[in-house]
Design a protein around this ligand. Sequence first.
Ligand SMILES: NC(=O)c1ccc[n+]([C@@H]2O[C@H](COP(=O)([O-])OP(=O)(O)OC[C@H]3O[C@@H](n4cnc5c(N)ncnc54)[C@H](O)[C@@H]3O)[C@@H](O)[C@H]2O)c1
Length: 283
Amino acid sequence: MEIKNLCVIGAGIMGSGIAQLTASFGYNVNLVDISDQILKNVKKSIEINLERFFVAKNKLTKEEANKILHRIRLYTNKEEAVKDVQMVIEAVFEEMELKQQLFSELDNLCNNNVILASNTSSLSISDIALNSKFKERIIGIHFFNPAPVMKLIELIKGKKTSNEVVEKSKNFSESLNKTVVVVNDSPGFVTSRLIYVLCNEAIDLFKKGIASAEDIDKACKLAFNFPMGPIELSDLVGNDIYYHIGQYLEKELGQKYQPSILLQEMVESGLLGRKTGKGFYKY
Ligand SMILES: NC(=O)c1ccc[n+]([C@@H]2O[C@H](COP(=O)([O-])OP(=O)(O)OC[C@H]3O[C@@H](n4cnc5c(N)ncnc54)[C@H](O)[C@@H]3O)[C@@H](O)[C@H]2O)c1
């Protein structure tokens, strides 16, 4: 079954980026969230992004941008939104129970040849699929932020995901001009596990007074050619996000992944990084 129509559930940072990206490559996208107001705001921000980054830079004409916008339809009703789609991409909050419940609901709403994908950044795909009947069609399609710009897609093969679903998801991802890596299911996969460990270790070095945050970031940028240091990255992504990934990895994989006490203190004090105006740095 050729993929032409998609449903994206969750119109936050990732869902809106995935909708913009896929609509730009000709897919029809039914975008779902819990309120009309959220959806209207998101569509407006996609319109502004297309104007600012594409039309103003002569990468798209105004007419092409309008066509992209027309391919994105807004829904609060999942049942209507998944009619006639060949793939669903879930991008709701990073909560296991919410995702498990959503996937078992989708299992009943969608024909069993529809691919059900999660954009989770760390949760085990096999666990997300736990309550679903047709586990072979459930896969992780991990986009990075901002989805229209970042080159990589990490595909996560759950314990029961079929090879056919992996192959179709790979072709779909490549049709978006992305480079794909396929990894087996494990908490944090490859990318989130590695980046969490690096950032958490950097925060711990800072806590122990080995070096200042600025020097740790400077050292990583110049020694390893990183575009950004791990402490500034934690501030950018959100210290709460890394803290929750750390807690989850510790629970699933062992104490080695325990978040630094400083990361915990930062979260408890509301110092989440850029989004709160203060983290390890001030913004
Ligand atoms: N932000 C990132 O950098 C990033 C990168 C890669 C993957 N992810 C993953 O993508 C997912 C979404 O992250 P985000 O940063 O876009 O979150 P977000 O908080 O910006 O957006 C989540 C959206 O989901 C909606 N939502 C919640 N429950 C819903 C439901 N039952 N039905 C429909 N909509 C619902 C919310 O209203 C919200 O608009 C998470 O699993 C996250 O781990 C995030």
